[in-house]
Design a protein around this ligand. Structure first.
Ligand code: ZN
Length: 303
């Protein structure tokens, strides 16, 4: 099991909500889809690393800083003798390897992830030295997508393709590795140094009034949600998925909090956000049960 599990960034969580509740521009939508796709690829890689039997610490998604520069590592393995950062790419389609970039056959250029890996290794080395560790750094770029082809890539570069994933996992599993308290200390130190960036800096502009109101399905994001009279659940007319009414309301409260951290959560606000389903009385009951109330009567809000 991963020593540091992977979670969606705040930016991705917010983009998901914005994508269903407002009209993003084509460019914003592309940015969102790339983020989603990148995350999917990382999660797919996690499914494989979870099965590793060897002794190692797996740290997913680290954002670290050294000498005022930040660097991000998708997956980091700590073995007895080495530390092994991986850069995961979920690119799809046909690409040509160029020394300074990857060129998509259909035209667009991408940064060469090997450069990114080189930078990561360089920064990580400095950080480890500062922390008093002199441990060799290896590392690789993983192209996780089965429909990715890279033409003209040199053979001696640290690249793992989809067809080589099983072999790569076997290779990691074969590492003779015995971890000590010193390795645990290093893992704990790196986790403690992980930075969480504010998601609000890189988002497209959005306003409360712009947002499409209404409950959405937990599975398919459809707005076609009904609350059968007297039932304590909501039902999606599109996919048939059912969810407890209370959990659906709380999920919507969390959406508001994530998008508008400065807004006061009131019964009226949640009632409006949920698209005027159920009754204000029920929503108030859920808020009182799950949050702390502040203020009096009609000025009550929940934190
Ligand atoms: Zn649905």
């Amino acid at each position: 099991m991963a020593y540091k599990p992977r979670v969606e960034t705040g930016e991705l969580l917010i983009l998901r909500i914005l994508n269903k509740r407002m009209n993003l521009t084509t460019e914003e939508q592309l940015h969102y889809k790339n983020k989603e796709k990148g995350f999917e690829g990382e999660v797919e890689f996690d499914l494989l690393t979870e099965k590793l039997q060897c002794e190692c610490f797996i740290l997913n998604d680290l954002l670290l800083e050294v000498n005022n520069s930040k660097f991000q590592i998708d997956t980091t393995f700590i073995f007895q003798e080495t530390i092994y950062p991986c850069e995961i790419k979920n690119y799809e389609g046909d690409f040509i390897f160029k020394p300074d970039r990857l060129e998509r056959i259909s035209g667009k250029d991408y940064k060469n992830p090997l450069d990114q890996l080189k930078r990561t290794k360089f920064m990580l080395r400095q950080l480890l030295q500062n922390l008093g560790y002199n441990i060799p750094i290896e590392g690789t770029v993983v192209f996780i997508n089965p429909e990715f082809t890279l033409y003209q890539a040199p053979l001696n570069e640290p690249i793992v393709y989809h067809s080589q994933l099983n072999q790569f996992m076997k290779k990691l599993d074969m590492q003779p590795s015995k971890l000590t308290s010193r390795h645990k200390k290093l893992a704990d130190k790196l986790v403690s140094l992980h930075q969480i960036e504010s998601p609000y800096r890189r988002l497209p502009p959005y306003k409360y009034t712009q947002m499409r109101k209404g409950m959405t399905c937990i599975t398919c994001n459809s707005f076609k949600i009904t609350v059968p009279t007297g039932a304590r659940k909501v039902v999606c007319d599109d996919c048939g998925c059912e969810e407890g009414f209370e959990s659906a309301v709380l999920r919507n409260v969390e959406e508001i909090k994530l998008l508008f951290p400065d807004k006061k959560i009131t019964t009226n606000l949640v009632f409006e956000w949920c698209g005027v389903v159920g009754s204000k009385k029920t929503i108030k009951k859920f808020l009182m049960k799950n949050y702390r109330s502040n203020g009096k009567k009609k000025y009550t809000y929940y934190i």
